[in-house]
Design a protein around this ligand. Structure first.
Ligand SMILES: [Zn+2]
Length: 239
């Protein structure tokens, strides 16, 4: 097609701007803080899962301590009751003997329980030490994430601001293009993933660098100053 020379200028400006916008978007995606944030979140998730497992272990150990200490309290009460009975049946040798045996049995069980309670409490405090480590690790990861987020917002904010300016400029340029030229540009840019417009350079397409034979060039020139490269189908400026 034949377009105004001004339109060709706008088209080339638009292309340059799109390259810059693409670079800025890439910069935004590749900000190092983004990776730090994602890595930190993944680590936190792992630790949170571990923390849940440890909480379950803690609950089990705590329940075990309660069971043992409840049994011990019941036995202590039983001890006292038997002792009271022994005191009240003074003189009745057989009653005293059988109750004393019972008392010894209770004392033996309490001695075993004492060891079990002590072992259960040791287990509980080990679990609590791990819980404290996990809490500390989480706290440190939270601090890392917060710092990276702050950096991301600062660095990303600047890039986003520049991007917004370039987008506004882009919108203004697009306004200056005839609708059809704009349509073809967007379609070609999308297909090529970047460079949509090329200039002819010594009978070669400036983008795909392939020569266009003289006869073909003459045909293309007849179509106007803005044509399609027969090789790469980009927009080709002949002027
Ligand atoms: Zn080409």
């Amino acid at each position: 097609m034949q377009v105004d020379a001004r339109v060709l200028g706008v088209l080339l400006q638009l292309q340059q701007l799109d390259i810059e916008i693409h670079q800025l978007q890439k910069q935004l995606e590749e900000l190092p803080q983004r990776k730090t944030i994602l890595d930190t979140r993944a680590k936190k998730k792992q630790i949170e899962q571990k923390s849940e497992q440890i909480s379950a272990m803690h609950a089990t150990a705590e329940a075990q301590c309660t069971v043992l200490s409840d049994e011990d309290s019941a036995l202590a009460a039983k001890q006292k009751r038997i002792q009271d009975e022994i005191d009240s049946v003074k003189g009745d040798y057989r009653s005293v003997e059988s109750r004393t045996k019972e008392l010894n049995g209770v004392a033996k069980r309490r001695a075993v329980l004492e060891n079990e309670i002590s072992a259960a409490l040791d287990e509980l405090s080990k679990i609590e030490a791990v819980q404290a480590q996990v809490a500390q690790a989480l706290e440190s990861l939270n601090a890392q994430e917060a710092k990276a987020t702050e950096g991301f917002i600062a660095a990303g904010g600047k890039i986003k601001q520049t991007l917004a300016q370039k987008q506004a400029l882009r919108n203004a340029l697009v306004e200056e293009l005839p609708e059809e030229v704009h349509k073809v540009y967007e379609k070609t840019a999308q297909r090529t993933g970047g460079v949509a417009v090329a200039r002819i350079q010594e009978s070669m397409c400036g983008a795909c660098r392939r020569p266009i034979e003289q006869g073909r060039l003459v045909d293309l020139k007849r179509q106007g100053n803005l044509v399609t490269c027969p090789h790469c189908q980009r927009m080709l400026i002949l002027a």
